[in-house]
Design a protein around this ligand. Structure first.
Ligand SMILES: O=C(O)CCC(=O)C(=O)O
Length: 261
């Protein structure tokens, strides 16, 4: 356990939280981590950046501008590169994930989403399930705010209830880190049901893998927009591993060929 990070093993998820998640396809849990816990997470993240980033392949860490460390955009699969961060996924988030999905879960990814002021690009509308290639699509993503987030610096927006409407068509984007976007996004239902999720540091959002979501660019002149993403698959979900690997390899070589990584 990280110093300062408590083990909330006795903390049960409220039934209303599970009901909201099932009904809307997402839920917000305020103050999931308190300020002391967040300070430990921040310290670990800083250490990870210092010690691990220099060793990472270009497919694991993205920058808006290659060669400019201040434009760090995304870190992928952090749990595979450093065991200290495992605790973040194996403890409270994992327990919450299992309760929300109603089955045991396996840990798939710990990501860092960094949107520096006036540099961080918008995240296109998408469904994580499109990338995950699961049958059945039983998985969820958590998004932990490390900064105060709002419309100015690019908060997450969910389309309420969209997890019940199936997979929408996606097409290729030029956005590094989010290679797919819903091609017919923006109909009346999307607009009417979109929910803006402002958050404070330590607040946690969780969304079902079929829930449509997007996030704005960071238009603030001064405020960063940092978050950690946690991905869990339900044990009943079967991944089309061959297709997933083929997609990732093709994407990596396209990104390398275009000079983005
Ligand atoms: O942080 C963002 O901009 C988007 C995150 C996201 O799409 C996700 O966690 O699935």
């Amino acid at each position: 356990m990280l110093p300062g990070l408590s083990n909330h093993s006795s903390m049960d998820v409220k039934p209303e939280t599970i009901e909201l998640f099932q009904r809307d396809g997402f839920v917000a849990v305020s103050a999931f981590y308190d300020s002391g816990e967040l300070a430990s997470i921040e310290a670990e993240l800083d250490r990870f950046k210092r010690e691990c980033i220099p060793e990472l392949e270009s497919t694991e860490v993205y920058y808006e501008e290659i060669g400019d460390a201040s434009s760090l955009k995304q870190i992928q699969r952090m749990q595979q590169h450093d065991d200290c961060l495992d605790v973040l996924m194996d403890d409270n988030p994992r327990r919450l994930a299992a309760q929300l999905l109603g089955e045991e879960v396996v840990t798939k990814n710990l990501q860092c989403f960094n949107k520096p002021p006036q540099v961080g690009q918008a995240t296109p509308p998408h469904q994580d399930g499109y990338y995950f290639m699961l049958e059945p699509c039983r998985a969820l993503t958590m998004w932990l705010a490390l900064d105060e987030v709002d419309e100015e610096n690019g908060c997450v927006r969910y389309v309420r209830g969209s997890h019940r409407e199936g997979l929408r068509p996606h097409n290729r984007t030029q956005t590094l880190g989010f290679s797919q976007s819903i091609s017919d996004f923006g109909n009346e239902q999307d607009e009417a049901n979109e929910v803006i999720c402002r958050a404070q540091p330590g607040d946690l959002l969780a969304h079902q893998a079929m829930t449509i979501h997007r996030a704005g660019a960071n238009n603030s002149p001064t405020r960063s927009r940092r978050a950690l993403g946690f991905i869990f698959y339900g044990v009943s979900a079967r991944e089309d591993a061959a297709s997933h690997k083929a997609y990732q390899q093709k994407l990596d070589s396209e990104l390398a060929a275009s000079g983005k990584i």
